[in-house]
Design a binder for this molecule. Structure first.
Ligand SMILES: Cc1cc2nc3c(=O)[nH]c(=O)nc-3n(C[C@H](O)[C@H](O)[C@H](O)COP(=O)(O)OP(=O)(O)OC[C@H]3O[C@@H](n4cnc5c(N)ncnc54)[C@H](O)[C@@H]3O)c2cc1C
Length: 544
């Protein structure tokens, strides 16, 4: 008897060789609605949606980096070896400017819409492989901190802003392009960095730094922004892999973390043994200096999580349009359609929200209202988008049935990847505390953001009630205990406003009706979405 042909197998074809931009109407609307042009994004979308790129993502994760502490003779090496697929992903992303296109070589911000245009690419790259985005995020964010030290910035930033990926282990000044990492978290505290015990003492043109970092990702970066205690208090430093005299600097890697996901990226435990570093900013102002960087890494966490969710949706919807169960395509089964439409709506809200936030970053330098918006909403957006990703990816996985749980599909990797963006760069509670801090320290500016969100969403179902609930909760004496509820609502209100500005009215109306009205729902597929609305959402999410 002949084996059934592939055409009869009822298995969905792989979702690859797609244009990640042209097939994503919500992304196109969010990009154009926030001031960027669509030019060139299809070229990027086709490249990153190719089967070859998905394969690189797989290889880079199935062959995680290896730490080589000593060489055969027992001499220190402290190098990390990556699979060629990781380097290929890095080279592609660097050539597209994901690590630096929001900066000019003099460390001044590139003009609008640099943030939105980069975010579109970052969002698409995140759909295929997120581990390699860690050093790229840190590199572009580090420029914000380096900018406070013009002499250092003038030497380093021109090397950062090249489009050349140069993975050689060589002094930074000999390389065509460089990447930067960050070391704040120590054993005794990641959130509470003021407990850092690493010490720095002045020596010659810089300092000698001694101590440990419990998490320091992308250890093959060319230099790291680190925090250490100087005489004047906690201070930010730039620590290069090679000392100015050309010798290898004393960054002694102890081991790489064995992580749930994010496996293509290396995250190290490291000891500094009188490692050379330059001071960045004044002594005692370390947190204030490095926070410039952290705002940008938080923004990238949210963009990447939105990208992960988009890929999970695309995989689920693609499968549902091919897989037949009970003589009908899954996508035509009313309950599956509700689940998929609910997922699509949430992805669209997250996408519009992150792109609107990028526009605030684009405009912040010349518009105090946009600066206030970026300040208040960055932690709220990171909180909501990053924390929704694991649940959403899981639901999308279930849409593929057993195939979704198997490593040959992309879903297990997306699922393992999903929690990390919420945890690092300020975990959920810390984001909510940061919203409270913005309200307490920049009360007037934060208040004006709340007012403008109320105005932007006027007339949408549930918007007025949501705005009042946010104000009431944040104004309570025990606001910290209730901050999660308020910050979640704040993000949902901001997403409704973002959708209203860039998506068709039926989408923002549906989002508000299902997300702002009534008590919060738990499961996907429980939203009040009519069949015709679900069909429209899904056609919009991925063309047939
Ligand atoms: C894969 C990975 C890579 C990383 N890479 C880097 C890196 O390159 N550089 C770097 O510096 N760090 C890195 N980190 C560390 C990361 O930033 C920290 O783990 C994170 O900031 C949390 O700090 P912590 O682990 O010390 O947790 P804690 O500070 O112990 O926090 C534990 C929990 O308590 C909550 N919490 C804290 N304070 C409060 C409060 N006042 N009220 C209520 N809840 C609170 C937090 O939200 C969190 O959920 C990485 C982490 C991971 C997982």
């Amino acid at each position: 008897m002949l084996a059934p042909s592939d055409a009869d197998s009822n298995q969905s074809p792989p979702y690859e060789d797609v244009d990640l931009f042209a097939s994503d109407q919500p992304l196109q609307d969010a990009i154009v609605g926030n001031g960027a042009a669509a030019d060139g994004l299809s070229v990027f979308g086709r490249r990153w949606g190719s089967a070859a790129m998905f394969e690189r993502g797989r290889l880079a994760n199935e062959n995680p980096p290896k730490l080589e502490i000593f060489d055969a003779r027992g001499d220190r090496r402290d190098r990390v070896e990556f699979h060629p697929a990781y380097h290929a992903l890095m080279a592609d992303s660097v050539s597209a400017g994901l690590h630096a296109s929001t900066w000019q070589s003099d460390a001044k911000p590139a003009s609008a819409p640099a943030q939105v245009a980069r975010a579109a690419r970052f969002y698409m790259a995140a759909q295929v492989e997120t581990g390699h985005l860690c050093p790229l995020t840190m590199t572009r964010a580090a420029v914000a901190a380096l900018a406070v030290e013009p002499a250092l910035a003038s030497r380093f930033v021109p090397k950062i802003t090249t489009r050349d990926y140069d993975p050689r282990f060589a002094p930074w000044w000999e390389k065509k392009g460089i990447t930067l990492g960050m070391g704040m978290t120590e054993k005794q505290g990641g959130t509470d960095v003021r407990t850092n015990t690493t010490k720095a003492v002045p020596a010659g043109e810089g300092y000698l730094v001694t101590g440990q970092k419990w998490f320091m990702s992308a250890p093959m970066c060319d230099a790291f922004l680190v925090l250490a205690q100087a005489v004047g208090g906690l201070t930010c430093f730039l620590m290069p892999r090679f000392r100015p005299d050309g010798a290898v600097n004393a960054l002694h890697f102890k081991r790489l973390k064995d992580k749930l996901g994010n496996r293509s990226n290396a995250s190290s435990e490291v000891e500094f043994v009188e490692a050379f570093a330059w001071r960045v900013g004044e002594e005692g102002r370390g947190v204030r200096t490095i926070i410039q960087m952290v705002q940008l890494t938080r923004l990238d966490c949210a963009i990447a999580s939105a990208g992960l969710m988009r890929m999970a949706l695309a995989q689920a919807l693609h499968n549902a349009r091919h897989r037949i169960v009970f003589q009908k395509k899954l996508a035509d089964q009313p309950m599956m359609r509700s689940v998929l439409a609910d997922i699509a709506l949430e992805v669209e809200g997250a996408t519009a929200l992150v792109m609107r936030l990028c526009r605030s970053f684009d405009l912040a330098a010349g518009d105090p209202r946009e600066a206030a918006r970026a300040r208040l909403l960055t932690p709220a957006v990171k909180f909501w988008v990053c924390k929704r990703a694991p649940a959403l990816v899981y639901e999308a996985m279930e849409c593929l049935g057993g195939n979704g749980y198997v490593e040959t599909s992309l879903l297990p990797r997306l699922y393992r990847e999903a929690p990390v963006n919420a945890i690092w760069e300020g975990s959920g509670n810390v984001m909510c505390l940061d919203v409270l801090r913005a309200l307490a320290t920049e009360r007037e500016a934060a208040q004006s953001v709340l007012e403008s969100l109320a105005a932007d969403t006027a007339g949408l179902d549930g918007a007025r009630e949501a705005a009042s609930a946010i104000e009431a909760t944040l104004g309570r004496g025990d606001s910290e205990a209730h901050a999660r509820a308020a910050v979640e609502r704040l993000a949902l209100l901001a997403a409704s406003a973002a959708l209203r500005a860039s998506a068709p009215a039926n989408v923002s109306g549906l989002f508000a009706r299902t997300q702002l009205v009534g008590p919060r729902r738990v499961m996907f597929g429980t939203g009040d979405i009519a069949a015709s609305e679900a069909v429209a959402m899904l056609e919009r999410a991925l063309p047939l």
